[in-house]
Design a protein around this ligand. Sequence first.
Ligand code: IPM
Ligand code: MN
Length: 353
Amino acid sequence: MSKFYKIAQLPGDGTGPEVLREGVKVVEAAAKKNNFKIEWTPYDLGGERYIKTGEILPDSVVEEFKKLDAMFLGAIGHPDVKPGILEKGILLRLRFELDQYINLRPVKLYPNVETPLKDKAPADIDMIIVRENTEGLYVGAGGFLRKDTPQEVAVQESINTRFGVERCVRYAFELTKKRNKNNKLTLCGKTNVLTYASDLWQRTFNAVGKDYPQVKGDYVNVDAACMWLVKNPEWFDIIVTDNLFGDIITDLAAMIQGGMGVAAGGNINPEGVSMFEPMGGSAPKYTGKNIINPIAAINAGAMMLETLGETKAAKDIDNAVVKALESGKIKSMSAGKMGLSTTETGDLIASLI
Ligand code: IPM
Ligand code: MN
């Protein structure tokens, strides 16, 4: 009997549904070719539902997600909803409640994709960033004192546990070993100032590294990482870092790989249910025009299959994306300038599987 996966579709807001549709199309093509089946369940979480019903994310839905194999997300964010409500109420809540403790961000420059970095080619930009996804400044620890007075105090604490750091660092070492590219893992922190939090990371990194003699450990301060990612991206193989530093450097990294049209991410619980998404937001101004780039969603679909253990199918998608780009038919990664519509881009990639 062929394998069978249960996956949630969360199209979300803005252009989310348009890009997710193409992601699903290409994943389906890869499933067919590799003899496995997917049962998709749609969920209408997002701004529209919130505006209509006041519901953000019912507890019962979270329980349903826990029984699935994976989740495939389009975009969350609505122009008529105050920033933070949907992001915290849906995206961050799911990361925490499903314990998706890894945010995985491959950074790869595909052929014929323009990078703002002068003289850099696909061989120079090919790394993976492993961001801790359930701790640090994202836990919401802190509060106000004397709010709205001239004496107001706002405290926001970064929580770093040995347990949380260790499982993230270990995941990164395992990935570096498995990838077997340069066998180099760079810890990104701020040891010269954050002498508690970054110190815990550094000690944990050194301790876990003893189990991986084949991996060369390296260290970079986060500010310097922003310089080197622009100047010498070829130095990096895998980077591991905390939640906020990871949030910041992955946006920088998305730009050097050609922007939000190609950048994909996975919120991964290696022992549980993971969620995959294109990095670009809901892009309200392009909504409904069939001009948004679906490649990031398609890449997220490939990551999802890889995480499910369908390595061959994931590779088929990656190869199809490369072929589509090599064909020269896709003129740009930017919405409206691609030379193909959203659906045509998805069709092209699906046809190359
Ligand atoms: C990301 C996003 C989220 C984050 C936002 C939308 C809460 O920027 O996935 O990187 O900060 O983690
Ligand atoms: Mn971000």
